[in-house]
Design a protein around this ligand. Structure first.
Ligand SMILES: Nc1nc2c(c(=O)[nH]1)N[C@H]1C(S)=C(S)[C@@H](COP(=O)(O)O)O[C@H]1N2
Ligand SMILES: [Mo]
Length: 319
């Protein structure tokens, strides 16, 4: 018998090989020729190359700021999703229980056209785009993600808010069969549903995005399948996952983290290196996969796009 034993650094040809992977592989082979790299770092390189099959059609982001993307592996392996667990590396192993079939999103409150719509029908209403955004968690880690989806403003225009609609409230699914922590009742990590909110002018800002995918494939469950908010100038907890309801309201909704600890988390949660969290500094952040920390940017680097939303506001009080 002629058994061809593959070396660990040989990539399985059954894997999909999109263009980017081909490019990376060429560099990798050059690298491999040196044969001095430790097995550990070779495995790391291979892991970083695992990319999903592209199934979504979307307008590509030109990436004008030349942001360096985090790998698919990194983005999908370190998650905050308390409905599963507070253990960030365990979320991806647990997320399979989330049932996303026949997902419906309800849009109600102060709008001319309320709707309850199946996710596929909702998605079909819009031209999908890619948005390469920085993403900064309040805990001090960050990443760069190529999201796929559509602008929140395009949805808002379709439902036509009434003139007294001043805020949007978002809610995550409540289903204890999908989410183990929702079975824990009084010992649960959070009060459910997970709730977030935006002022309507924030929601209308072009950066506000509803993601249904990343790296060209439907959102992995650990990242908030099948639809989640992405507001890149705010701390990550504002980017609520697995949304089932969006309500247009006259008054500011109470978001989950403010409800849990209002001295530590407010409604706005704009990324701001000059306003520390009561228990830690917000001046620096560690990008997933990096050893060194880097400076955190005002509004996470989106000052030109969003600073005018907060003109005249005391950002220390409205944290
Ligand atoms: N429903 C829900 N949405 C959520 C969270 C959560 O626990 N539940 N965590 C938030 C926090 S703190 C962060 S940093 C981001 C993490 O998104 P990611 O796992 O895709 O990196 O999701 C946010 N959205
Ligand atoms: Mo976070």
């Amino acid at each position: 018998m002629n058994i061809i034993k593959k070396k660990s650094w040989q990539i399985n040809e059954n894997l999909v090989t999109p263009k980017e992977l081909f490019e990376k592989r060429r560099n990798f082979i050059k690298l491999g020729a040196a044969a001095l790299v430790s097995t550990g770092s070779i495995m790391q390189l291979l892991a970083n190359e695992k990319l999903p099959v592209q199934t979504l059609k979307y307008i590509k982001d030109e990436n004008k700021n030349n942001l360096k993307l985090n790998s698919y592996e990194q983005i999908t392996s370190h998650n905050n999703f308390y409905e599963f667990t507070t253990n960030q590396s365990a979320v991806k192993h647990m997320a399979h229980t989330l049932k996303t079939e026949d997902w419906r999103v309800k849009i109600d409150g102060l709008v001319e056209n309320p709707m309850e719509i199946n996710l596929d029908d909702l998605t079909k209403m819009f031209q999908l785009e890619e948005r390469i955004y920085r993403f900064r968690c309040v805990e001090g880690w960050s990443m760069v993600v190529p999201w796929n989806g559509f602008s929140l403003s395009s949805l808002i225009k379709k439902v036509k808010p009434l003139s007294n609609a001043k805020y949007l409230k978002f809610e995550t699914l409540v289903d204890s069969n999908s989410f183990p922590d929702q079975k824990s009742k009084m010992f649960a990590a959070l009060d459910y549903p997970y709730v977030e909110g935006l002022r309507i002018d924030e929601a209308m800002n072009d950066l506000s995005f509803l993601a249904i995918g990343l790296y060209g494939e439907n959102l992995p469950k650990q990242n908030g399948a099948p639809i989640r908010l992405v507001v890149p100038w705010k701390y990550g907890f504002k980017s609520i996952k697995s949304i089932v309801k969006i309500s247009f309201l006259e008054n500011e909704p109470l978001n989950t983290w403010q409800k849990m600890a209002s001295n530590e988390y407010g409604f706005y949660a704009n990324v701001n290196p000059n306003v520390d969290h009561p228990r830690w500094s917000q001046k620096k952040e560690r990008v997933l996969g990096s050893f060194l920390k880097q400076n955190t940017l005002m509004f996470n680097g989106y000052e030109n796009e969003v600073a005018s939303l907060y003109a005249g506001m005391d950002l220390r009080k409205n944290f």
